[in-house]
Design a protein around this ligand. Sequence first.
Ligand SMILES: O=P(O)(O)OC[C@H]1O[C@](O)(CO)[C@@H](O)[C@@H]1O
Length: 537
Amino acid sequence: MQLNPLKTLASDAQDEAILGLFETDPNRARSFSASTGDLLFDYSKTQITDEVRKALIALCDEAGLDSRRAAMFDGEKINETEGRAVLHTALRNLDGGPVEVDGLDVMPDVLDTLQRMRVFAEEVRGGAVTGAGGPFTDVVNIGIGGSDLGPVMATHALSPYHDGPRLHYVSNVDGAHIADTLRQLDPTRTLVIVASKTFTTIETMTNARTARAWMEDGGGDPGKQFAAVSSALDKTQAFGIPQERVFGFADWVGGRYSVWGPVGLPVMIAVGSNAFDAFLRGGQAMDVHFRAADWVESMPVMLALVGIWHRQVLGHASRAVLPYDQRLLRLPAYFQQLEMESNGKSVAMDGNTLTIPSGPVVWGEPGTNGQHAFYQLIHQGTDVIPCEFMVAAEGHEPELTHHHRLLLANCLAQSEALMRGRSLGEARQRMAEKGLEGDELERQARHRVFPGNRPSTTLMYPMLTPFVLGQIIALYEHRVFVEGVLLGINSFDQWGVELGKELATSLGPIVDGEESATGKDGSTAALVAYAMRHRDQ
Ligand SMILES: O=P(O)(O)OC[C@H]1O[C@](O)(CO)[C@@H](O)[C@@H]1O
């Protein structure tokens, strides 16, 4: 990626006041935003000018984004380090045409599995399939990473539509997670879904075995009360899950992109197959937009280019995701995996070391809570943190519209405050109005200065419906894809998680006391010794 022209523009833009850009261009809010359907992405509160945008858009052509996008949708093996196609878009291709991998149309299988999911979900919801003790009251999804974060996020997001059994998610291998979850449940009326693409993930398999023992001990029937979601059908069988309760998916669905398929089964059980279909349709609508719109009109492309501008050009190391939507409380965690596992890489597709920064740290919390926690640093800290706000025009609680208006006002106030700031002169004036004078006035005023000119974007949507959620998730997936193409990396592998897994395996017998820590570094050996000393007391 050729960043030099952009770096030059960036040094000019450094002194450019964002607020001033609105004065010189009264149409800025409109011309520096993108929309599709009812979604609006406003990036006007950044230092991106016409010239900068042109230079950013040129990167798309330079990187061959057009052909990379076609390659993804056409089922080419763009995940080169794993030799796989990348086709999560096929999972939401509800009325699209055939999608081929190795010359075979994958859509019949996709639609068949979707139909099996619908039937099963409705049977669970309606009580046609039951546990040993009667209709299911609770569903426990056991999975981690992409087999957990998507469904957890979507379950919270769609709570106004949740009319199925109660849902619980167990991910951590920490026994506290499964113990605290199962303690409240009836083992004869709980359905357990084991979700693991590989069906080897140690956390998930350990939790699945614990859940099975709990069910057997409590009079439940794992033969009737377990289902599996996986790409490894031999392993689900070996675990003893009946074939008709297994929902498979192909290796061209990456874990962090998998919520659209069988991994979304718990969500479908919670909200019903119609609402889940609406979620898929939202994702599909974003695909259609992404494939058709010019770069400047394309919401995913512009979201990605804003990201490139802030991270790779201006060097801001992190980006905050700030949904002013309590039901999106797990969205930042979901985006953390989506963005950081996809684009947190320092080797380019061709094996060369990346000469520009990788994707940023992604973090966040819903507003307004974050305002009372970390916004201090966002407003007055020494680092600039580009903020990505998101908010609905309307909430789901018609009787509480005054809450929603306050929420909206707070969201808009934060982006305005970040941009506007408060000068020393204004701060002095305030202190003078409070009756301060001289050195004390000066000292107090300095603490009340806001540098301002801090960039943010805002994504607005009418209301958080299943369709809108689908649009938002697909929007960010494509954003990650575009950023990855511009960086020249493979966004669809995750080799960086392997070393820790290998070392955990080798440490297992040492922590169990079966092997000595000889050969381990001094710190690791001392920490193991501490744990052994204390548990033996
Ligand atoms: O679905 P699985 O195979 O259990 O994997 C869970 C998660 O583990 C990872 O491989 C990372 O460790 C993720 O990419 C994935 O989402």
